[in-house]
Ligand binder design. Structure first.
Ligand code: CAA
Length: 257
C-alpha cells in the first residue's frame, strides 16, 4: 500500500508514499488513503492525526491526471465522490487533524490539506487549485473549503487563475498557520500534536464539532453541487483538451464546449 501509518505517543502519522507520481491520487491510492484514515480514526490509541507526504518534494500533486483524462461524466462523479470521502473522513473524525505540507499541495493535494483542522507547511510548500487549466472545476472540496478559509475574493482569484500560492503567501492569507524549514516540519508537527493530545479528549471532540458548526451547514450542500459540476465537466471537450495537454506536456487550447 502506498500509505504508511505510524502511531507514537498517541499521535498517528499518515504518510502518502507514492513518490514516483508526486503522491498523486489514482483510484487505488484514494482507497488506500481513505482506508488509512479510517484505521487511525478507529484506533483508540491515536488521539491526534498528522497527514504528510513522503520526501521533500510533494505533499500530493492532486488527482492522477493520467487516470482522470479518460473518464466520462458517470466516472467523474464516482471519482469526485471518492475524493470527497477522503477529506470528509478527516473533517468528520472526532479527533484533531494536522496537515504537514511538505512541498507541492496541488488540486486534490490542497483539498486533502483543507480537510484537516490545522495546516502547517515547509518553506518549499506550494499550494494551487489548477483545475480550470485542465478543463474542470475543483471537485474534492476545494471550492467550498478554500473559500471558507481565505474568503471568496481570494478563493476566486486562486481558483480562476490556477496560480501557485507559495508558503509565505499561504501564511499571510491564513491558508497555513506556520511555516518551517523542511527539516523541522515533522518535529514541529509532532510538537503541536503533543500540545493537543495532553488536553481533554472529550473537550477536544466538542471543540472540533463546535468549530465546524460555524460553517458546515453551507459546506455540506456546497459539496454536493461541487461534485455534480465536477462530474459534468467530464462530458466536455474542454476536459479532454485540458488533460491531454498536461499529459502531452503542451499548453491547452480550450474550445469552450
Ligand atoms: N497526475 C499524474 N501524474 C502526475 C501528477 C498528477 N496530478 N503530478 C505529477 N505527476 C507525474 C508527472 O507526470 C511526472 O511523471 P513522468 O516522470 O512519468 O512524466 C512525475 O509525476 C513528476 O512530475 P514532474 O516531472 O511534472 O515534476 P515537476 O517538479 O516538474 O512539477 C508539478 C511538479 C508542478 C506538481 C507538476 O507535476 C504538475 O503540475 N502536476 C500536476 C498538478 C495538477 O494539476 N494537479 C491537479 C490535478 S486536478 C485535481 O486534483 C482535481 C480535483 O479537484 C480532484
Amino acid at each position: 500500500m502506498a500509505v504508511d501509518i505510524e502511531i507514537l505517543d498517541s499521535i498517528a502519522t499518515v504518510t502518502l508514499n507514492r513518490p514516483e507520481a508526486l503522491n498523486a491520487f489514482n483510484t487505488e491510492q484514494l482507497h488506500a488513503v481513505i482506508d488509512a484514515l479510517r484505521q487511525v480514526r478507529d484506533d483508540k490509541s491515536a488521539r491526534c492525526v498528522i497527514v504528510t507526504g513522503t520526501g521533500e518534494r510533494a505533499f500530493a500533486a492532486g488527482a492522477d491526471i493520467k487516470e482522470m483524462a479518460g473518464k466520462n461524466v458517470e466516472e467523474g462523479l464516482a471519482f469526485g465522490r471518492l475524493g470527497h470521502a477522503m477529506a470528509n473522513t478527516l473533517e468528520a473524525m472526532a479527533k484533531p487533524t494536522i496537515a504537514a505540507v511538505n512541498g507541492f499541495a496541488i488540486g486534490g493535494g490542497s483539498e486533502l490539506a483543507l480537510g484537516c483542522d490545522i495546516r502547517i507547511a515547509s518553506e518549499n510548500a506550494v499550494f494551487a487549485q489548477p483545475e480550470v487549466t485542465l478543463g474542470i472545476p475543483p471537485g474534492w472540496g476545494g471550492s467550498q473549503r478554500l473559500t471558507r478559509l481565505v474568503g471568496p475574493g481570494l478563493a476566486a482569484e486562486i481558483i480562476f487563475t490556477g496560480r501557485r500560492v507559495k508558503a509565505d503567501e499561504a501564511l499571510r492569507i491564513g491558508l497555513v498557520n506556520a511555516v518551517y524549514p523542511i527539516d523541522q516540519l515533522m518535529t514541529e508537527a509532532r510538537k503541536l500534536a503533543l500540545q493537543i493530545v495532553k488536553n481533554s479528549p472529550l473537550a477536544l471532540v466538542s471543540s472540533k464539532a463546535l468549530i465546524q458548526l460555524a460553517f458546515n451547514g453551507q459546506t455540506i450542500s456546497g459539496l454536493e453541487t461541487e461534485v455534480q459540476l465536477f462530474a459534468q465537466a467530464f462530458g466536455t471537450e474542454d476536459q479532454k483538451e485540458g488533460m491531454s495537454a498536461f499529459i502531452e506536456k503542451r499548453i491547452a487550447s480550450f474550445p469552450g464546449r
